[in-house]
Write a protein that binds this ligand. Structure first.
Ligand SMILES: O=C(O)CCC(=O)C(=O)O
Ligand SMILES: [Fe+2]
Length: 199
């Protein structure tokens, strides 16, 4: 799973029909919660890095220290207002008071587990924020997004299986896009809001 996120200043940001910023703040979530249950046993690490200095003003991440240790999937409820995530973990479910912003400089990277509770700030600055977030896991484990391409980044036992051809990668995305255009919108989320903590 890989995203490029271009978070423009909110004052200039595109908005949906209800006036919510598209690609703004990301609500509280665990990355385990935004993949399908087929990846529940997959050992995913997220690598997040910005292309410019990021801080609370232009939309850096914040994390709940220690939240990865429980290895518990928390309930995510529908209700987020951003295309980056239309579901969120209610603040009753974790120690929101412990949350810490993680300002990063260009060239820094943050690694976190699929259970780390995190969110990001809106971009209230007049600076753009570009970032990448890439997910890696052992070859052969499910990605949790089977309708999108994945690839072998490195393999000691089978180096020929590594994808090193950008044109091929592009083709895989074009094929996935064409298939998605013909199918129902894939479901990423396992909760429907009927859970007690979502009330
Ligand atoms: O970049 C953001 O604002 C949110 C990123 C995020 O949730 C992630 O990388 O998993
Ligand atoms: Fe995330």
């Amino acid at each position: 799973m890989q995203h490029v996120r271009i978070k423009v200043p909110e004052k200039d940001a595109p908005r949906d029909d209800e006036g919510n910023v598209i690609y703004g703040a990301a609500p509280w979530h665990q990355d385990a919660g935004v993949v399908n249950p087929e990846a529940d046993e997959t050992d995913i690490v997220t690598v997040w890095f910005p292309l410019m200095d990021t801080d609370e003003e232009n939309g850096c991440l914040q994390v709940v220290p220690g939240s990865h240790r429980g290895e518990d999937m928390l309930t995510h409820c529908p209700g987020g207002k951003d295309v980056q995530g239309n579901l969120l973990i209610p603040e009753s479910e974790f120690e929101v008071g412990k949350a810490a912003a993680v300002p990063l400089k260009k060239g820094d990277a943050m690694f976190f587990s699929k259970y780390t509770v995190h969110s990001s700030f809106p971009n209230n600055s007049d600076r753009i924020r570009w970032s990448f977030d890439l997910r890696y896991h052992p070859v052969g484990q499910p990605t949790g997004r089977s309708f999108l391409p994945g690839f072998v980044a490195r393999s000691r036992s089978n180096p020929e299986s590594e994808l090193r051809d950008a044109a091929k990668w592009r083709e895989m995305w074009e094929d996935a896009r064409a298939a998605l255009a013909e199918s129902n919108e894939p479901i990423f989320y396992r909760w429907d809001g009927s859970e007690a903590v979502c009330a």
